[in-house]
Design a protein around this ligand. Structure first.
Ligand SMILES: [Zn+2]
Ligand SMILES: [Zn+2]
Length: 298
């Protein structure tokens, strides 16, 4: 038996969806295999579009290039909330684990933001993100740089009329506060939604989208299912955040866009909807959330 190998092997292909949807948030550059392979595998189960999310300068450039080269791919560009303090303070244990990097101070952050601003203007770039606040990975010494970066990303998103993609980890109150202070862009997505039902109601009032990842299937994540149950259906999205957050029963194995049907089916169960109705709603929501009507035609 190869039990040990099996636990790290890619999960099997789920049964195909009959209504095509998108993976609203993925990181192909952190997954094994080629872009072509990932797109073909996803399309074979009805995941025909995906949003490739940038987390640092190199990743954002790559996202824009990849969206330019592959029709099914849309791009978002940003400095991840854990990347901003790294640029300023040179934290070696930051987001992408590229090793030690010299501290560049505020000027390094400003320079990087100018490049994000330039990339955000490209036609294949539909969003600015993932940005936001992360108090899990970044300690108090990085908070100022993180919040300054978040505010700058909000401004860039609004100026280019791009969707704001938010990463909010253990920072719900401050993320909501900064959004209110700056004024949120017309389209704002909470990626890997991690709040409870009460916060879902706040998001609903503000018109923010709630994007659910594979962790909505986890046994200990009743708070996420409660949030999904009360969220307005027209503000709900589905994403993988792959290679992270592989849905049950495949936790611990590599995640990829082709596993969207697993999470989508769990979400349909929470909402008491037929799979096709859930998929139809998610497809329309993705078009609206990223300002790309007709995404699933032709
Ligand atoms: Zn994130
Ligand atoms: Zn992500």
């Amino acid at each position: 038996m190869k039990a040990k190998d099996d636990k790290t092997a890619p999960p099997p292909l789920p049964e195909p969806l009959r209504v095509a949807v998108a993976d609203a948030h993925t990181h192909l550059d952190m997954q094994a295999g080629t872009v072509e392979e990932a797109l073909a595998k996803a399309a074979s189960v009805g995941v025909t579009r995906l949003v490739q999310v940038g987390c640092d300068l190199a990743g954002s450039r790559w996202a824009a290039e990849t969206a330019g080269a592959y029709e099914p791919v849309l791009a978002t560009v940003a400095l991840h909330p854990n990347e901003a303090p790294r640029l300023v303070h040179g934290d070696p244990d930051g987001w992408s684990r590229q090793g030690e990097r010299p501290a560049g101070g505020e000027a390094a952050l400003d320079e990087a933001l100018a490049e994000i601003d330039r990339l955000a203007a490209l036609p294949q770039v539909v969003g600015v993100g993932e940005t936001g606040l992360d108090y899990f990975r970044t300690g108090p010494e990085g908070k100022d740089a993180q919040e300054r970066s978040f505010r700058a990303h909000i401004e860039i998103a609004k100026r280019h009329d791009r969707t704001l993609v938010i990463h909010d980890r253990e920072a719900h109150d401050d993320v909501l506060r900064v959004l209110k202070e700056e004024g949120a862009p017309a389209r704002t997505v909470f990626h890997c939604y991690s709040g409870d039902a009460e916060m879902a109601e706040i998001c609903a009032r503000e018109g923010y989208y709630l994007s659910f990842a594979g962790n909505v299937t986890f046994k200990n994540a009743q708070n996420l299912r409660d949030a999904l149950a009360v969220a307005p259906l027209d503000l709900v999205l589905v994403e993988t955040d792959a290679p992270f957050l592989t849905p049950a029963p495949y936790r611990g194995r590599p995640n990829a866009p082709y596993l969207i049907p697993v999470t989508l089916r769990a979400m349909a169960g929470v909402r008491n909807l037929a799979e096709e109705d859930m998929a139809e709603a998610l497809a329309r929501n993705t078009e609206r959330a990223f300002g790309v009507p007709g995404l699933f035609e032709g």
